[in-house]
Design a binder for this molecule. Sequence first.
Ligand SMILES: Cc1cc2nc3c(=O)[nH]c(=O)nc-3n(C[C@H](O)[C@H](O)[C@H](O)COP(=O)(O)OP(=O)(O)OC[C@H]3O[C@@H](n4cnc5c(N)ncnc54)[C@H](O)[C@@H]3O)c2cc1C
Length: 464
Amino acid sequence: MKILHWFRQDLRLHDNPAFSHAAEHTIFPVYIFDETEGHPFPIGSASKWWLHHSLKSLKDSLLGNLSLYRGSPQDILLKLVEKHKIQKVVWNRCYDPWRIQQDKVIKLSLREKGIEVESFNGSLLWEPFDVLKKEGNPYQVFTPFYQNGCLKGRPPRKTIATVTNPIFYHDTNSLSVENLSLLSKQPWEEKFHHHWTVGEQAAQKRLEVFVEDHLSFYKNGRDFPAQYHVSKLSPYLHFGEISPHQLWEEINQIEPNLHTECFLKELGWREFSHYLLYHFPTLPSQNFQKKFDAFPWENNETFLNAWKSGETGYPIIDAGMRELWQTGYMHNRIRMIVGSFLIKNLLIHWKKGEQWFWDCLLDADLANNSAGWQWVAGSGADAAPYFRIFNPTTQAKKFDPEGIYIKKFVPELKELPIAYLFEPWKAPLSILEKAKIIIGKTYPHPIVDLGTSRQKALFYFSTL
Ligand SMILES: Cc1cc2nc3c(=O)[nH]c(=O)nc-3n(C[C@H](O)[C@H](O)[C@H](O)COP(=O)(O)OP(=O)(O)OC[C@H]3O[C@@H](n4cnc5c(N)ncnc54)[C@H](O)[C@@H]3O)c2cc1C
């Protein structure tokens, strides 16, 4: 029997339920890059870079036996099963609403041709359709979802060992990774190489380093962007180079403590975002709380561009936006601060931020990104209240007290004494001169006044 395994966001061999199932027979590993028209969320630029390298790494692990195609998955799969006499097609489920629709159609059309189809859970600890309140409705608040729905429910499945010596089938007429044209000619992508090693083995290594060097600082350390006591596993999780089951199992082998509990809870937030997207498919495009539809957003392109390019005059915001641009990643605390600033000080719609992150983040993930933005805006399920407006200066003093993170990404401020680093515009001229800074020339004036913009936002929110 010949089984086609359709790789999607499960670019790994270990703990891959569909792949292991298929490898009991002759396995035909396939990846289809789909940029067809009508695709509602085309992959972002940074993610394309990651995907390119991830596919190369996967192809190596498969000893070259990955057949690549470009186009509509439905058309391609239907042709492949016929041409290569395939009896069964398997995949791991993706839970983005448009994919669920697409998969249903594909499943049906393959079955009509007499092909067996089976899908598996490779990416979520709990199936979103299994976790419901007593009355049968989905949860909308994180704590009861996680505590009652997840932890008191059926435990996540055990991880599955890597298949040894599978028998491969390969289409010699398929494309190479380069043929998919995922890499652009933009030099900014090149920088990612300095920060990331892509692929399943790199994910495993990163997990080991995290557990060894950072986990015991996680609970408090995860809030300090200069310390990086976080796993930075998000892109690997998004592309499925590591599964949440592997993390869950690994962390649960350690004697439970504050840090392990906190890390598992963050995986719980990941589950919650995917759960929300599954049950509320308009999460990426519409306010979860409808009253936010009446908010009078301001459409200020100058402000938006200053935010995107890290030129707002607020050092912690500029550091965060430049970290994103330079590394394809941004620390979670900083995502919240720059998000709050965009929405609640610049009064720009959260969707503009969501779109920018979608294009620039290597971990851009439909569920986590839309849930994250709606959480910051206050418009989401179980979101931060609208009146919680992060003050970027106070946040910077608290979470980057020595200014290490700021100086790393805003090097033009590195000579400024710490007393003025968080508010350079307040420094006396003599200090600025000594630090070789001209406000308005080498570093911008603050683009908005925090106090007035905050009052304006609070007023608008109070009218909803
Ligand atoms: C505005 C905004 C946008 C975001 N966009 C994304 C996105 O596109 N993709 C993405 O993966 N995460 C997103 N997040 C969530 C979070 O910031 C990242 O998951 C986290 O910073 C990734 O870094 P890490 O792997 O070092 O996290 P760690 O602290 O090491 O956490 C481990 C894993 O837990 C999950 N996790 C942690 N925090 C959250 C959270 N708040 N929500 C959901 N899952 C979480 C992630 O999968 C993460 O890899 C966003 C958050 C905000 C506020």
